[in-house]
Structures are given as structure tokens and as C-alpha cells.
Design a protein around this ligand. Structure first.
Ligand SMILES: NC(=O)C1=CN([C@@H]2O[C@H](COP(=O)(O)OP(=O)(O)OC[C@H]3O[C@@H](n4cnc5c(N)ncnc54)[C@H](OP(=O)(O)O)[C@@H]3O)[C@@H](O)[C@H]2O)C=CC1
Ligand SMILES: CCCCCCCCCCCCCCCC(=O)[C@@H](N)CO
Length: 324
């Protein structure tokens, strides 16, 4: 009796243990730490919201920080506010990410980048039927093409960086870049596009010791969100409320921690963690523990995802019924 209990016990322990060992051996690429102290961190959209919070935190941690955005006054204001809270001066660059020549000139003037944070982004929520194509193109151009411009402009310098230490390209996506959300046809497309780019690019730059992080925040209290809320369709707000709102400082902290730990996927809250497991797909995973969680919970998390869809389609149906 005791023997069969023991055999049973070792069997149920053996399975997870051998899975852990197996994953420990195979997860690739391997874990990496990316220091930011004393290194050059270049942040786009660094004059407002999440980007500004990241610039402030990176400066406080001893990085040399450059920020890029269009509006010079907002850039100066950001510089002063970072100086006031940290005593550190950041370099500012005014450029529109849609203008490749301007981006290239700014990146060259700033000097070789160790950590590139492509955070600029625009979001105008509206049903596709009533959204102008101009506005669709605007989101794709700034969010997706703008990030291509930045990476093309910075990559050569990053490859030839002096210290040869691990470098990072971080890309700001959104939870709307993990799941399509009502009112975000263009925005979600721009953010999903970034994921495909990031997955492919990681394979291309791993040999140069460059590591990609994709950050997926939920609604975050920023000047951008305040603007967005003025025209957000009700259903967009209802569905987005499935994931709570965060403060810009909290998201910035998650983002920087994710970059420093070399994580490919960086969720920002608990719903975000569920979303990353549900949408893990074939993206790289450096942590054998997270890989274990993904493998073991895949089925149940898919079930949770289907429950969310049930709830969302219920809201959509109710909303249409009320409209009639
Ligand atoms: N806030 C939220 O709820 C969420 C935001 N995100 C993402 O996080 C990122 C930052 O968002 P958030 O902090 O709210 O944004 P904000 O609107 O507060 O700030 C946007 C920043 O990007 C800059 N920017 C905008 N367009 C361009 C451009 N064409 N060229 C260069 N810089 C530009 C802005 O400066 P300027 O206008 O002077 O150029 C500003 O510095 C975005 O990518 C967004 O999609 C993701 C999930 C949730
Ligand atoms: C498996 C279970 C998963 C459960 C969680 C599902 C939650 C999804 C909510 C998506 C919210 C999208 C907010 C986008 C915010 C944004 O990007 C705009 N504010 C523009 O910046």
C-alpha cells in the first residue's frame, strides 16, 4: 500500500519536474539582463504620458536619456520637469517619426543607442465605417511605419556600439495589439503589425546581442488617453474596461523592468498576464518558469478567453438592442 502511494506520488511529481527540466534546457533565446545605468536610452514620445514617465525613471536610474517628439514646447517642458524631479538633464530632439530623414538626423546627433524605446503612438478610436482613411493611414504611419523608421535609423549604430554589452529595442504595443477591440480596427492593426515585426527582427539581431521587448499596457492615464476619451465609442470603453486602468508611472516601471530582464513579451497587469499566456503563439520565451506556466495553463486560459468573448459579444448585442 505504502509502496503504491509512493509510486503514485513520484509519478505526479515526476511529470512536472521533468517538464521543468526539459523547458529549462530548451527555452531559447536564453535569459539576458540589460543594464541601463550609464547607458544611452533613447525614448520616442518621451514628452508625454508613458514615455515621459519612462524617461524620468531611466534618468533617475543613471541612464543617459534622449527623448524625441514633434512639439518643441512640450519637449522643453518635459526636460524641465525631469530636471526638477531628478536633477538630471535629458537631451531633446524634435522630429516627426513619419519623416525618415528627420529621424535619422536626430538619432545620429544623439549618438549610438543602447536601449531604443519606440513608444510614440497615436490612437483615434472609431468604427471603421465612419473613420476616414486618412485617419487609418495616420495611425499606421505613426505607430507602425514610424517604428520601422526609428529602427532603421538606429540599428547600424546599435550594432557598432562600443561597450558590446546587451542592447535592447523596446516597442510599445497595447493590449489592443493582443486582441482586436471594437473601435480599434486601425489602431489594433498598427499594434498587431508591431508584433510581427518584433518576432522576425529578434531572429535577425540576436547575433548582435540585441534583444527585443514588446510592451502591452492596458488603458493608462495619460494626456493621450484623456484626448481619446472625448471621442471613444461607448463599446470601446465597455470592452477595454475588462482590463483595469493603470497610471503612467506604473506602466513605465513595468516596461523598464521588462526591458532590463530581457523579456520578449512584457505584460503590465494581471489581465495582461492572462492575455500574454492566451496569445503566446510562437513568440520567444526566455523564462523556463513562464514557459511552464504557459504550457500547463494553455487550455484553461483559452477557456477564460472564450468567456471574455462571450461577455463582449453580449455587450455588443445589448448595445444594438438598446439603440433600436
Ligand atoms: N494611454 C493608453 O491608454 C495606452 C497607450 N499605449 C501606447 O503607449 C504609447 C504612449 O501613449 P501615451 O503615453 O498615452 O501617449 P501621449 O499621447 O500621452 O503621448 C504621445 C507621445 O508621442 C509623441 N508623438 C506622437 N506622434 C508623434 C510623431 N508623429 N512623431 C514623433 N512623436 C510623436 C507625442 O509628442 P508630440 O505630439 O509632440 O509629437 C508624445 O510625446 C503609444 O504608443 C500608445 O499607443 C498603449 C496602451 C494604452
Ligand atoms: C484570457 C483572458 C484575457 C483577459 C483580459 C482581456 C482584457 C482585454 C482588454 C483590452 C483592453 C485594450 C485597451 C487598449 C488601450 C489602448 O491602447 C488605448 N487606450 C489607446 O492607447
Amino acid at each position: 500500500m505504502a509502496d503504491s502511494n509512493l509510486a503514485f506520488l513520484s509519478l505526479i511529481l515526476l511529470f512536472p519536474l521533468s517538464l521543468l527540466v526539459f523547458l529549462y534546457v530548451i527555452v531559447s533565446p536564453k535569459p539576458v539582463r540589460i543594464p541601463i545605468k550609464g547607458r544611452h536610452v533613447f525614448i520616442t514620445g518621451g514628452s508625454s504620458g508613458i514615455g515621459l514617465a519612462m524617461a524620468r525613471q531611466a534618468a533617475a536610474e543613471g541612464a543617459r536619456v534622449s527623448i524625441l517628439a514633434r512639439n518643441r514646447d512640450k519637449l522643453e517642458e518635459a526636460k524641465q520637469s525631469i530636471h526638477l524631479s531628478t536633477g538630471i538633464d535629458v537631451a531633446v530632439f524634435s522630429a516627426d517619426v513619419r519623416d525618415f530623414a528627420a529621424v535619422k538626423a536626430a538619432v545620429e546627433e544623439a549618438g549610438p543607442v543602447d536601449v531604443l524605446v519606440c513608444n510614440q503612438g497615436v490612437f483615434v478610436p472609431q468604427e471603421l465605417e465612419s473613420q476616414e482613411l486618412e485617419e487609418v493611414k495616420f495611425m499606421i504611419d505613426v505607430n507602425l511605419m514610424g517604428t520601422f523608421h526609428l529602427i532603421k535609423a538606429a540599428l547600424n549604430g546599435m550594432k557598432n556600439r562600443r561597450d558590446r554589452g546587451p542592447a535592447s529595442i523596446a516597442v510599445m504595443s497595447s493590449q489592443a495589439g493582443q486582441v482586436g477591440i471594437y473601435g480599434y480596427t486601425a489602431y489594433s492593426a498598427s499594434k498587431f503589425g508591431l508584433r510581427g515585426m518584433a518576432e522576425a527582427l529578434q531572429q535577425e539581431v540576436i547575433a548582435d546581442n540585441i534583444h527585443i521587448s514588446l510592451i502591452f499596457p492596458p488603458d493608462t492615464e495619460t494626456p493621450g488617453l484623456e484626448e481619446e476619451n472625448k471621442k471613444r465609442p461607448q463599446l470601446t470603453s465597455i470592452i477595454a474596461a475588462s482590463s483595469g486602468a493603470m497610471k503612467a508611472d506604473e506602466v513605465a516601471k513595468k516596461a523598464l523592468d521588462g526591458i532590463k530582464s530581457g523579456s520578449f513579451i512584457v505584460p503590465c497587469n494581471f489581465e495582461g498576464l492572462l492575455l500574454s499566456i492566451a496569445t503566446a503563439g510562437l513568440s520567444p520565451q526566455r523564462s523556463y518558469l513562464m514557459a511552464f506556466v504557459e504550457v500547463v495553463t494553455a487550455g484553461i486560459v483559452r477557456l477564460a478567453g472564450l468567456c471574455f468573448q462571450w461577455n463582449w459579444y453580449g455587450s455588443i448585442e445589448k448595445w444594438h438592442a438598446q439603440k433600436k
